[in-house]
Ligand binder design. Structure first.
Ligand code: PLP
Ligand code: SF4
Length: 415
């Protein structure tokens, strides 16, 4: 039950356009629904000179008032720590703008691209990685001509088989805009799957209507990756939104950001993973917090993430164990990090330890130098041509060792 906005009738409350139009964006309106001390008001005002605030009435309503440690509050309400720029902070830590062949499109990995569609989110996360862009003052979706350039690039790049539509939050676009964009992507033969990255089910679940589900469904296989960080966000409304999408055949995943004071605890994370599975969302990634500006107070040591995985793997369903990844600064891409399970190895044996700490031995095949069977000609293209995979694959004949020795293995010189 709502404790604030009690005078708003349900037909307004459950209308996403009302939620969007009534976002809380300044200190005075925040104070009206959510009493703040003078010091808090001053601090928030300071932060707002640098970073925007916007909170949907719905998301504000799930914060426990008078609890400064509320995990939802920390994600939505600015903290004075955001004014601290740590020496390690960066504007564009992931080099999304550098690895961008056309504005708004990042092509980092060989076979998939990230297509940004809008600067708008219904709620601006305090820990946002893309805060250099998201919520800039324009409050705009990208112009159609820019999206068309992105589409043109995908059309002309046959190795792209996976398009990740993100932003901002693409589900802030109208049903018609989404229908158009996804339709254009689907027209491209070599695109096999479409992914949508959206926080809408978490911060404005009323956006998930039958109508938008039917639009997304037309372009299946569509994978929707959402962004729950704490079990408190899994409300009845969020549950309904996720279940409606799953009922329309959309496959749901979740990307959690590891945040100090929000979810940097193995018990909180295990509960979150279980609660996600109950609403048919498969935990996909836990991200190490990026080096974006003004979010150093959210960062944990990487070892916290390793400890969290240690508390999950083996102790609970494999389905509840996401990959913990560090999206490496400078555009190195995501690197999975996990506890060490290999204790030692020789050509004959590999010594592993399981989740209980029991040491187990696996005898390796006695005939050494067996290479993996060669793939039939018609599927040879599935051998990776890049990086370390290229070095170990036996199906490739094209390794230029001299060049590799000079440059080190790296991805995709496009041939
Ligand atoms: C995260 C990301 C992807 C997708 O990576 P997956 O590991 O396939 O989920 C693609 N492009 C960019 C630029 C990304 O940051
Ligand atoms: S939903 Fe994503 S893009 Fe939008 S503010 Fe949050 S983290 Fe940033």
């Amino acid at each position: 039950m709502r404790k604030i906005f009690t005078d708003i009738p349900n037909e307004k409350w459950y209308d996403w356009k009302w939620q969007l139009a009534n976002r809380i964006m300044d200190v005075e309106s925040l104070n009206k629904h959510f009493p703040l001390s003078n010091e808090e008001k001053e601090n928030i005002t300071k932060v707002l000179t640098k970073f925007r605030m916007a909170i949907t009435p719905y998301y504000l309503s799930i914060i426990e008032q008078n609890n400064i440690n509320d995990p939802v509050r920390k994600q939505a309400i600015p903290s004075i720590y955001e004014t601290i720029i740590d020496p390690t902070d960066m504007m564009d830590p992931l080099h999304e703008d550098v690895d961008s062949p056309v504005p708004g499109l990042t092509h980092r990995y060989p076979d998939r691209v990230l297509l940004l569609t809008t600067h708008i989110c219904s709620m601006y996360c305090r820990h946002c990685t893309r805060r250099r862009k998201v919520g800039d003052n324009e409050d705009s979706h990208f112009p159609k001509e820019q999206l068309e350039k992105g589409l043109e690039y995908i059309k002309n790049t046959p190795e792209v088989r996976d398009v990740i539509v993100s932003g901002g939050d693409p589900l802030t676009m109208s049903d018609n805009q989404l229908d158009w964009l996804l339709g254009e992507i689907r027209k491209i033969d070599h695109v096999e799957i479409i992914r949508i990255g959206t926080r809408t089910p978490v911060v404005m679940p009323m956006r998930i209507t039958e109508n938008v589900c039917n639009i997304l469904k037309k372009y299946n296989p569509v994978y929707v990756n959402t962004h729950f960080n704490h079990s408190n966000e899994i409300t009845e409304d969020a549950k309904n939104a996720c279940e409606m999408m799953a009922d329309h055949g959309l496959v749901l995943g979740n990307q959690t950001v590891l945040l100090r004071g929000v979810n940097d605890n193995p018990a909180i994370m295990k509960k979150l993973m279980h609660d996600l599975l109950k609403i048919r969302v498969k935990p996909y990634y836990i991200y190490q917090c990026d080096l974006s500006e003004g979010i150093s107070h959210f960062r944990t040591p990487i070892s916290t993430g390793i400890q969290i995985v240690e508390n999950l793997r083996g102790h609970t369903s494999g389905l509840a164990v996401p990959h913990f990844v560090v999206d490496t600064p400078g555009g190195g891409g995501k690197v999975p990090v996990m506890p060490n399970y290999i204790i030692s190895q020789s050509p004959d044996r590999i010594i592993l330890r399981n989740y209980e700490g029991r040491i187990v031995t696996y005898n390796q095949p006695s005939v050494q130098k067996v290479s993996p069977a060669k793939a039939p000609d018609d599927i040879k293209k599935y051998y990776s041509k890049d990086g370390v995979a290229n070095l170990v694959n036996t199906g490739n004949e094209t390794v230029d060792y001299k060049k590799l020795a000079k440059e080190g293995p790296k991805h995709s010189e496009k041939q």
